[in-house]
Design a protein around this ligand. Structure first.
Ligand SMILES: [Zn+2]
Length: 306
């Protein structure tokens, strides 16, 4: 067998230079298309819920685009992401998950290798055992949920501080060249959270009653943080019987409940009937709103109202 020598281009021939240039061009194009992704050159980050987006945008700054997985008006505890939502997540460098919502576990398994899954729980002490439980439910069907985690840690200052700290840490690790900017913005954010805590604390000092009612127990962490008593009166995904409704009203009256928070579109319309029966003020809230700080202020104002 005759081995033929491969034809060799003379060094630095014109053709060689063109070939080098083409390689360089291809590499440059590949890099720029990865970085821009049709997104004005911004790096994409993902979060599960809107309050996380509000926190992340403040720390990350203008070089990043933050996308939220949970659709507007969806219930985080039953949400099921579509295939296109799962695929879209692969464009993100980091996916910041609450780590307590069922849909995140599905996403964690299907996530692409280029996306880092980061839980934002930090070292918050999670609450177990009160979620899915209801004072209005006279049978014990709900009791198998009793040891489930209460996911709503984002509805508290302490929760927000843990979210912010975990985000700040992983952004600084992933993009060390921007660390100084992240630090400046993170410090501003923690200052504003301290002021919010002071505002809420001072407002609640004037509260005539430290017990409030909710349809769904979405304020357990807030109640723990500020020494309040949350009275959950509804059940998840179904309506109460007439007997259970009457029991819940009696319970709230005995606790001198004056204000009742409910989430329109997710909580049952029975909240209206119940609140009328109690003689309480029915206040719509949305704890999954981008302006979660405004919602917590509203809640404290309503509890403190004479
Ligand atoms: Zn819940």
């Amino acid at each position: 067998m005759v081995v033929r020598p491969q034809p060799q281009w003379p060094k630095n021939s014109l053709l060689m230079q063109i070939a080098k240039f083409v390689c360089y061009l291809a590499a440059a194009l590949a890099v720029s298309s990865c970085a821009s992704d049709g997104n004005n050159g911004k790096t994409i980050l993902a979060v599960s819920i809107e309050p996380q987006r509000q926190i992340l945008e403040q720390i990350a700054g203008p070089d990043f685009d933050v996308v939220t997985v949970l659709g507007h008006g969806s219930d985080p505890e039953t949400f099921d992401p579509s295939t296109s939502q799962r695929v879209a997540l692969d464009d993100a460098d980091i996916y910041f998950a609450t780590n307590v919502l069922p849909f995140e576990m599905t996403l964690k398994e299907s996530i692409g290798a280029n996306t880092t899954f980061v839980p934002t729980t930090g070292n918050i002490e999670l609450i177990y055992g009160n979620h899915g439980h209801s004072h209005g439910e006279s049978d014990s069907h709900e009791h198998h949920h009793d040891m489930a985690v209460d996911p709503h840690y984002w509805s508290s200052i302490e929760g927000a501080e843990n979210i912010a700290r975990t985000m700040y840490k992983s952004l600084s690790e992933k993009y060390p060249e921007k660390k100084a900017d992240f630090t400046e913005r993170y410090d501003q954010l923690t200052d504003s959270l301290t002021k919010l805590r002071e505002y809420i604390g001072q407002t609640l000092d004037k509260a005539p009653c430290r017990t409030f009612a909710v349809w769904h127990p979405s304020l357990s962490y807030f109640a723990r943080e500020f020494g309040l008593e949350q009275l959950p009166l509804g059940v998840e995904g179904k309506d109460l019987s007439a007997k259970a409704l009457a029991e819940a009203i009696d319970h709230a009256k005995a606790d001198s409940v004056r204000v009742f928070f409910f989430q329109p579109g997710i909580d049952s319309r029975q909240a209206e009937v119940m609140s009328q029966g109690i003689g309480s003020r029915l206040v719509p809230v949305n704890l999954l709103e981008y302006d979660w700080q405004g919602q917590l202020k509203l809640i404290s104002d309503e509890i403190a109202r004479p």
